[in-house]
Write a protein that binds this ligand. Structure first.
Ligand code: NAG
Ligand code: NAG
Ligand code: NAG
Length: 336
């Protein structure tokens, strides 16, 4: 009796020792992934601390506009005229000496037709009074119009190779923006916005729009039922979104955030585009489909209402237009 008990005790000891050795070995190969978790949390939730409660007062009042949705289900602000105090916001970011980057692509006829108006109107309305760097990506640098920039604002021209199909121009934009953030932009700016060129600023597009990651609600779908959204519906594509999924339909004409997060966005979308190409599928709205998939997985910290990119159809809920999205002459522009 005595002997068996001792043997049992010894067995328990050996097993415990063995398990302890195993855990040490396991931990040395799989250290606790604290860093990954912190990064992930940052991506999705830091706006609470950094945006809504930044400054001396809460700058955002979600109940100031009552006929529109002003908060998402995950608590991110949706900016409408009246929900924020522009004077307080300007002071807050001026004190921090924030530098805002803007990337814009103008290739082929888009350069001739839209770039000048886009840049001139940005000088009037985009982040007025703040430090701005324009990163203008074109196929022919000598065609970039000469511009009288306000103090504190700079413009850099980057020549990019031309793709033959417009679909490829729009998809490869993700690669070009990513490369430029990696090599240059992340050392120069605090926040970055990426714009399509066929638009004109007509009202304040200010620092209230800055956040860790920013998405633009598409004007054509903001009142639509989500099963009407033009997401990519083929499961073969990396951009696939099921009929019962999705928050908003986002417009690829405007997106932004901290440079490291925009870099993550462009890289993730590019990976999806490349995966699709190797599977011989192309998402229905190209880079925009991949952008929508990205923002479904990585909820944006702030949403811009259609005031920030409006197609000019008259609508009673739009009280203030900030950026107007020009009617597209697709046939003329795209038949290169
Ligand atoms: C937010 O707006 C509502 C409606 O205008 C107003 O009654 C309320 O006092 C505002 N809240 C704050 C904190 O300013
Ligand atoms: C613009 O360029 C000038 C001169 O190189 C520089 O002093 C200034 O800091 C730049 N502005 C920004 C916003 O980077
Ligand atoms: C983007 O960020 C997420 C979360 O940190 C990370 O898991 C992912 O690998 C990143 N993607 C790219 C393409 O950098």
């Amino acid at each position: 009796m005595q002997v068996t008990l001792d043997i049992n005790k010894q067995m328990v000891f050996v097993v415990l020792l063995f398990m302890a050795v195993l855990s040490v070995v396991y931990l040395s190969y799989h250290p606790p992934r604290l860093t990954t978790q912190v990064v992930k949390k940052k991506l999705q939730f830091d706006w609470r601390k950094n945006d809504v409660h930044s400054g001396t007062q809460s700058w955002f009042n979600s109940s100031a506009v009552t006929d529109q949705q002003t908060l998402t289900s995950w608590g991110a602000p949706i900016l409408w005229e009246g929900t924020f105090n522009p004077v307080e916001r300007d002071e807050f970011y001026s004190k921090k000496k924030t530098v805002i980057g803007l990337t814009v692509f103008a290739i082929g006829r888009y350069l001739d037709r839209y770039l000048k108006d886009f840049l001139e109107s940005a000088e009037q309305h985009f982040m007025k009074g703040h430090r701005v760097i324009y990163y203008v990506m074109v196929d022919i640098a000598s065609k970039v119009p000469a511009l009288q920039l306000s103090p504190g604002r700079n413009l850099t021209v980057i020549e990019v190779p031309r793709q033959s199909r417009w679909q490829d121009i729009s998809m490869m934009r993700m690669q070009q923006i990513g490369d430029l953030i990696q090599d240059q932009i992340r050392f120069e700016v605090t926040y970055l916005f990426c714009f399509d060129v066929d638009q004109v600023f007509v009202g304040r597009f200010g620092v209230e729009a800055l956040a860790y990651s920013v998405a633009q609600i598409h004007s054509a779908f903001f009142a639509a039922n989500r099963n009407k959204f033009t997401y990519e519906r083929s499961p073969k594509s990396a951009a696939y979104i099921a009929l019962d999924e999705g928050d908003f339909y986002y417009h690829a004409a405007v997106f932004g955030g901290r440079p490291d997060l925009v870099l993550n966005l462009t890289r993730t979308c590019l990976e999806g585009i490349i995966r699709d190409k190797s599977n011989k599928v192309e998402a229905v709205w190209h880079d925009e489909s991949h952008l929508n998939r990205y923002f479904l997985d990585h909820k944006p910290a702030k949403l811009l209402s259609p005031e920030y990119c409006w197609d000019l159809m008259p609508a009673k809920h739009i009280r203030y237009v900030r950026l107007k999205w020009l009617p597209k002459d697709y046939k003329k522009l795209r038949d290169n």
